[in-house]
Design a protein around this ligand. Sequence first.
Ligand code: ZN
Length: 269
Amino acid sequence: MSTIAATEFLPLVATAGAAADSLVVSLHDVAPPTQQITTTIISELGRQGVRVCSILVVPDYHHQGFFTRHREFVTWLRGLEADGHEIVIHGYFHERPPLKRESLHDKLLTRFYTRNEGEFYDLSYEEALRRITTARDEFRAQGLKPRGFIAPAWLLGDEAERAACDAKMEYTTRLRSVCDLRSGNVFPARTLVYSVHSAWRRALSRSWNAALFRLLKTKTLLRISIHPCDFSQRAIWTQILEFIAATKTARTATTYQDWIAEQRLGLGT
Ligand SMILES: [Zn+2]
């Protein structure tokens, strides 16, 4: 890929004296019902020095109505983008109706692991393309500039990935990687993420993420994925803030789109 195409992608903000390693904090499941809690999360993160995040917006969360119906929400998103945050398309409905005939593997993955939210896990190419392009055009019509598409629970089937690519989405992420859809480069980078729906999951999540954080210390990119429900679990929220504090001097907070742009320019390797 040429340098011209890479620089077209996004203006990179060069920060004098910035740490070479990166931190991307992504905020998931952002929609009108979660706007208030996301605002609080963003301001707490800002106080900890994380001034930009990748904000994953669901176009029509659980069929509750398209986000464009909420003018105040759209204005808020525009403001976030103007402040340097990135708006990312996160699924369409964020819901996957269970199919009648499913393998045990599919059942385990889509029902127990993701609680029926793996919307793009096995969508057809045509349907995935329709949902992604509809969302993309609506975001653009509102003056927003989404570059990335991230499937709910990172479950993106092959057909849906091809659709995201053909819809000219620039990148996607999975649980264990970040993928530049334009170049096809896949960057291994596991994300920290919590499961909060029962006490044992929360306890296990905290020990798992503590171990993972130690393991990821030497990696150039650290990813932390935050869901709205993480904020109300104080032990989990405290741990997230501890990780951010521990990494403050070693890493610069960025967004996925800026991180990808850096990789394209060969600055991040
Ligand atoms: Zn989600």
